[in-house]
Each structure stands twice: as structure tokens, then as C-alpha cells.
Design a protein around this ligand. Structure first.
Ligand code: CFM
Length: 543
């Protein structure tokens, strides 16, 4: 408990120290991506720009964002990677997005890695025929409802037209299967964020709004957007909704089905978990069909309760509100118990989070609940709005890399556009504290003087650890073992290592337990690299 009173750490030296080691031009550029936060006067941060060649970045590629992140977690669409086998293999399942087939959609293609396995000759003479053959084969073997094609770098370089192949095969298979392609070549954007945008456009064009049927037992119908069921998070949210009597129409895209995408426009509210990866679909659903969206967060018990209350308020039904309050009260008993227990050890400990485009923000909630301090955080590929809030969107400079990504214009649906709330109703709800179509970003919720760093480089990561010795560092597999060799435990916040779910109340309890074990374990002090005690370290190759 004593650490609570400890004065805050001074993080001002980091930037100068790190920039001093870079060449002048690099230092100038990186300097704009390293800022000391002030929640009252949010500083401008450089984000979503190219990584400087030679710097070891945490980022992934555009194909990863489109196939791996957004479409990948769907269970009844065959996702074919058009490209060399490595792209398909290394984007296969390591993210731990889970699926649970049911009677409505018994298919489960998640355990398969579909790839055209392009060879040298395909690169020289073209791969379209091989792609057609792969689609025929997939159709004959699985008879899926839909087949999606994802372009990898070489596909764009040699000029294979995946969209033409999709049209050709739709005709050949007489329209029995919905086939569509994505121009999501790895190099197309500066990170996986471009892939999210391309995937959102494709979802809108090829799936959303295709089926008007209204299913489900509850009348309060919501979508959860930007939730990918890593470690079972979406299952935890679904169970919670069930207890509250809220109908989950579509989850995008954890454990989702083609039908969920097609009927998403029948929901009355969209809850946006990961703003970065899916805000485009949230906006499209609003523009085309009149469904408002709200930022939600199911990471953290308090955040979960807050989100549920927002849903209750939105629908304004007393019975629903009462049920939600009852569920919160019940769940909070075991949450508080687990929290108190973990907090005995975790209180006052320091965390650093460098993940993706939303979790570096969301997980600070859970660390707060554990009494821990997040002294530094950043996204790999977030945009300025994910840091500074959506109000900065009009001021973001559009560069050549962003222009490379198609912007689709969306119109009101001529027959199905139906505003779920009138302007007055929305205003009234806003005056009661609900915020529509908004996201305040990470910086508004971080303390003054904390370090916010975009697209953290490996060198900067090592410096952070050397200078400030956090008790836990959160990142991904590329960082994990380097950090642990420095004697600091690393929790993977992409795939959760072997853990999860971490969403909703049950997830919060899991997280408290896991963090108490990881961050409060004395074994890390024993981690010593051989070169720390010996002048010369020799080793032999083991073949
Ligand atoms: Fe959204 Fe994600 Fe994330 Fe993301 Fe990702 Fe991910 Fe992530 Mo890894 S969609 S931005 S591209 S919350 S895969 S489930 S964990 S980097 S913070």
C-alpha cells in the first residue's frame, strides 16, 4: 500500500536520451511521435505515418489487418490467401480468435489455412488460374456460403486481378456462393490499419444488408463492432448480454457468421469496442440505415458496468435498466473479492502497454482496478483520433499513403433507412451523458506527465525498460522474449498468451489473477543473461 504515496516518476528525460542516439533526420521524425501527456491540453502526436526504414517496428502489414484481423475470425466464410504459403501460414490462428459452431451455422473453417501456395512460375506467368482452381476445390470440398480472397504483396506486384477472378467464379458456380476479393496487398498502407479500412469497405459492399430477417429472443437489439473473440472475449460478452436480456445481432467479427454481417442492419444500436479497426462500418450503418453508434468498452469491470448502463439508458426501458442493475450488482460481488485479493500485491506497480490500435488504451482500465499505474503507452498503428479523440479528424492531414486506400461513399438506403432515434431524442440522451459517434481517445484518460509513444521502436522499448523498470510490459510475441530476457515479465495483449477471456466481469477476474501471478513474481529478478557475468560468451550451433 505504501507505494500509493510514492511521488510520480519523472519521465521527461526519456525523449532527449532516445533521440540523441538517432541520426538527425530520424530524431526529428521520431520526436513527433513521443509526447508527454496532458489530459487537459491534449498534445498533438504524429501517428499513422510510415515507419522509418531500418527501425524495428512492432507493426504488421495491410494483408494482416484485412484477412487476419477483420475477416479472419468469421467461422463460415472460406478465406483464401492468394499468395505464397508463408502469408497464409503465419497469419493462421496465432491470434487465438475462437469459434463455436451452432445449428444455424455448423461450419467451422477456422482450423483450416486456405492458400493458393503461389510458386515461382505463378509469379512469372500469373496466378489467376491457380486462384480459380483453389476456389473450385474449396467449393467442391466444403460448399461454403461465401468465399473471400485476400491479396498478398506479390499479387499486387504482378497484377493478378482478384476481383475479376471473383466475378468469373461467381458466374461459373452459378451464383451459388458469394465470392469477393480484397486488394489488401501487404504494402498497400503503412500498417495493418489500411487493411482494416479495406476490409470494412468489402464487408459493406458484399455482405451487410443482404438479409432483412429479424431473429432473436430479445427486443433490445445491438451489434458489437470491433470485438474479435480473442481468448473467448466475445463469448463472455454474449453470456453477459444474455443475462441482461440484450440481443446480440452481429459481432464483428469474433465467432461471426455470414448471416450476422448480412443482418447487422436490423440492430438498433452499434457498440464499438475497437474504434480503430471498425469505425468505418459503424459510420456506414448509421448513414445507410440510421443506426447510431456509441463507443463501448468491456475491458475492465467498471467499464463493463458503464457500457451496460449506457445501453440501458439508450433503450430507456425500465425493466431492462433494472435487470442490468441487478446483473451488475450480482457480478460485482466476485469482482470486488478478486480485485481486493490481487490488489494486495499489485497495488502501486508500474505497467507499460504497447499494443495495436485500441488495447493499449482499454487495458489501462484493468490496471487501474488493480491499483497499478500505466506510466507509458502507445499504439502500433492507431491514428491521431485514437490518441487525441475524434474531434481532431478534420485536422488530420491526408497523405499519399492514406490516399492509396479507397474511400467509399455511402448513401441512405432508399427503402430501409430508418433513424432509430429522432434528433431530439438523441439530444436528450446526450444531455444525460451519452455520447454518440464519439471517441475521446487514449490521452484524455492518461495522467499528466505519462509518456505516449506511437509506433514504438525496439530500441525505444529497451530504453524504456532500462530507464524506468516497469513491473510488467504488455506487447506481443515479437517483443516477449527480448523483454523477458531483460528481467521484466511480458504479457501478450494480442493473443493473451494462453489466457482469457479478459472481457466483461468474468474476464476482469481472470485478468486480476493472471497479472497478480505475472507481475508479482520474484523469479524475474533471477533472469541474468550470460554476458552480464562473463566477459566472453561462447556457444556452439546445434543442428
Ligand atoms: Fe482492434 Fe484488435 Fe487492437 Fe486491432 Fe490487432 Fe488484435 Fe491489437 Mo493484435 S482489431 S486494433 S489489428 S483491438 S490483432 S484484436 S490485439 S494489434 S490492439
Amino acid at each position: 500500500m505504501s507505494k500509493d504515496t510514492e511521488k510520480d516518476i519523472d519521465l521527461t528525460e526519456f525523449k532527449d536520451e532516445v533521440l540523441a542516439a538517432y541520426p538527425k533526420k530520424v530524431a526529428k521524425k521520431r520526436g513527433k511521435a513521443i509526447v508527454l501527456n496532458d489530459p487537459d491540453e491534449i498534445p498533438l502526436i504524429q501517428a499513422n505515418v510510415r515507419t522509418i526504414p531500418g527501425i524495428i517496428t512492432q507493426r504488421g502489414c495491410t494483408y494482416a489487418g484485412c484477412k487476419g484481423v477483420v475477416l479472419g475470425p468469421t467461422r463460415d466464410i472460406v478465406n483464401i490467401t492468394h499468395g505464397p504459403i508463408g502469408c497464409g501460414f503465419y497469419s493462421w490462428l496465432t491470434r487465438r480468435n475462437q469459434t463455436r459452431p451452432d445449428e444455424q451455422a455448423p461450419e467451422n473453417f477456422i482450423p483450416y489455412a486456405f492458400s493458393t501456395d503461389m510458386q515461382d512460375s505463378n509469379i512469372v506467368f500469373g496466378g489467376e488460374e491457380k486462384l480459380k482452381q483453389a476456389i473450385r476445390e474449396a467449393y467442391e470440398l466444403f460448399h461454403p456460403k461465401a468465399i473471400a480472397i485476400f491479396s498478398t504483396c506479390p499479387v499486387g506486384l504482378i497484377g493478378d486481378d482478384v476481383h475479376r477472378v471473383a466475378r468469373h467464379m461467381t458466374e461459373e458456380l452459378e451464383g451459388k456462393v458469394n465470392i469477393f476479393g480484397f486488394s489488401c496487398e501487404g504494402y498497400r498502407g503503412v500498417s495493418q490499419s489500411a487493411g482494416h479500412h479495406i476490409a470494412n469497405n468489402g464487408l459493406y459492399r458484399n455482405l451487410i444488408g443482404k438479409d432483412d430477417s429479424v431473429d432473436g429472443k430479445y427486443k433490445f437489439r445491438v451489434n458489437v463492432l470491433g470485438e474479435y473473440n480473442i481468448g473467448g472475449d466475445a463469448f463472455a460478452i454474449e453470456t453477459l448480454f444474455d443475462k441482461c436480456g440484450i440481443q446480440l445481432v452481429a459481432t464483428m467479427s469474433g465467432n461471426s457468421t455470414k448471416k450476422q454481417f448480412e443482418t447487422a442492419h436490423t440492430a438498433d444500436l452499434s457498440l464499438v469496442m475497437c474504434h480503430r479497426s471498425i469505425n468505418y462500418v459503424a459510420e456506414m450503418l448509421e448513414t445507410s440505415f440510421g443506426i447510431p453508434w456509441m463507443k463501448a468498452n468491456f475491458i475492465g469491470a467498471e467499464a463493463t458496468a458503464k457500457t451496460l448502463r449506457k445501453v440501458g439508458k439508450y433503450f430507456g426501458d425500465q425493466e431492462l435498466i433494472d435487470r442490468i442493475e441487478k446483473v451488475i450488482a450480482e457480478e460485482m460481488i466476485s469482482v470486488k473479492e478478486a480485485q481486493e485479493k490481487a490488489k494486495e500485491k499489485t497495488n502501486g506497480k508500474l505497467a507499460m502497454l504497447f499494443v495495436g490500435g485500441s488495447r493499449a488504451h482499454h487495458y489501462q482500465e484493468l490496471f487501474n482496478e488493480l491499483g497499478m499505474k500505466t506510466i507509458s503507452a502507445g499504439y502500433e498503428f492507431g491514428h491521431r483520433d485514437d490518441y487525441e479523440g475524434r474531434r481532431v479528424i478534420p485536422t488530420i492531414q491526408i497523405d499519399a499513403d492514406s490516399r492509396n486506400i479507397e474511400q467509399i461513399t455511402v448513401y441512405e438506403d432508399s427503402t430501409r433507412y430508418k433513424p432509430r432515434k429522432t434528433e431530439e431524442e438523441l439530444k436528450a440522451l446526450e444531455s444525460e451523458g451519452l455520447e454518440f459517434n464519439g471517441y475521446e481517445g487514449m490521452m484524455a484518460e492518461m495522467k499528466k506527465g505519462t509518456l505516449v509513444i506511437d509506433d514504438l521502436s525496439h530500441y525505444e522499448m529497451e530504453k524504456l525498460i532500462e530507464m524506468y523498470h516497469p513491473d510488467i510490459f504488455c506487447a506481443g510475441i515479437k517483443e516477449k522474449f527480448c523483454v523477458q530476457k531483460m528481467g521484466i515479465p511480458l504479457k501478450q495483449l494480442h493473443n493473451y498468451d494462453y489466457g482469457g477471456p479478459y472481457a466483461a466481469f468474468e474476464g476482469a477476474i481472470n485478468f486480476y489473477k493472471d497479472i497478480e501471478q505475472i507481475a508479482c513474481c520474484s523469479i524475474w529478478k533471477e533472469m541474468k543473461a550470460p554476458w552480464e557475468s562473463e566477459d566472453i560468451v561462447e556457444a556452439e550451433y546445434a543442428y
